[in-house]
Design a protein around this ligand. Structure first.
Ligand code: CUA
Length: 318
């Protein structure tokens, strides 16, 4: 994973356009700044007389210098930047008409991402959280919405920012031109854990992507061991099922992330901690210490063996 989240580390055509426009504007303004400093230096070294001697200003000279240097050249430079920016924006239209068909629907929550893959046949729907997979080289249309406050969707290596606004559907088209895992980040302050609302975009070959879809679509794996069965029983009899869904079990609540395939995700808590035994155990019992303010409460009424069984079950849910 590239943890730098650099917008100059182009992972797709949109970020390439944005990065190249940024470099162009930076170089243009660098040249303007250099010219300004050269002029300041030149006139400082070649000044004649004092300010008093030059008063009142001689209205007869310098007009054309001000008009060209202060108006015409800046207007031309800003027009070039404006037109170049429009051209780049039009290359990535964000359709907002009634006839769009998003491939993915993402809803922002404090502080995680609810993800649904949409198909014409509703039975093919895939639901997951905080980690999306896309096929390399194919554009993917994402519809963005929020369930509470305004969030912002930004994977710097892939595209520019688009807000998730409650009650409004925004669209963005993303495309990854190389395989890899791209980290994104909520880019609009949305509360105490705004900085811990991360998203992973995994770009796979089309074949691997299709395999992933098929496995995500399946209901949860049945327990294979007694310990995992105990874990499932605990999941369905303690607080877990009040907030989470594990498709194929009694747990069908939509308050928190869908956990049907939690064992297959790389990270937990909206990509803040690695998905391993220690972090999962700590998350179940002390989420408020790991991510203060998160809706997940501390659930401490487990014995040690119960907690191990619950975590073993969750890890089994690939
Ligand atoms: Cu969600 Cu910041």
């Amino acid at each position: 994973m590239n943890a730098w989240q650099s917008m100059f580390n182009y992972g797709g055509p949109a970020s390439r356009n944005i990065g190249q426009l940024t470099n162009f504007v930076f170089l243009l303004f660098l040249v303007v700044t250099l010219v300004m400093f050269v002029l300041i230096a030149y006139f400082s070294l070649h000044k004649r007389g004092s300010l008093d001697e030059h008063e009142p200003v001689d209205a007869g000279g310098g007009h054309s210098f001000v008009l060209i240097g202060g108006l015409a050249i800046p207007a031309a430079i800003l027009a070039i930047v404006f037109v170049t920016g429009l051209k780049d924006m039009s290359a990535f239209p964000l359709h907002d008409g009634p006839h769009h068909h998003p491939n993915i629907r993402i809803a922002g929550h404090q502080w995680w991402w609810d993800v649904q893959y949409i198909f014409e046949d509703p039975s093919l729907l895939v639901r997951t959280a905080n980690e999306i997979h896309v096929p390399v080289g194919r554009p993917v249309d994402i519809e963005l919405d929020s369930s509470d406050v305004i969030h912002s969707f930004w994977v710097p290596e892939l595209h520019g920012k688009v807000d998730l606004v409650p009650g409004q559907k925004n669209l963005i088209r993303i495309e990854a031109s190389r395989a890899g895992t791209f980290r994104g980040q909520c880019a609009e302050y949305c509360g105490a854990q705004h900085a811990h609302m991360a998203l992973l975009v995994v770009a796979d070959s089309p074949d691997r992507y299709e395999q992933w879809l098929v496995s995500e679509r399946a209901t949860a794996l049945a327990p294979q061991t007694d310990e995992q069965q105990t874990g499932l029983n605990l999941f369905q009899s303690r607080a877990c099922l009040l907030c989470h869904t594990v498709r194929g079990t009694m747990a069908q609540s939509r308050v928190g992330p869908d956990l049907t395939h939690i064992g297959g995700r790389m990270r937990i808590a909206a990509n803040i901690y690695d998905n391993d035994t220690a972090n999962l155990s700590a998350w179940v019992t002390h989420a408020q210490s790991m991510k203060p303010g998160v809706l997940m409460p501390n659930i401490t009424n487990f014995t040690g063996s119960e907690l191990r069984a619950l975590v073993a079950y969750l890890q089994h849910l690939k």
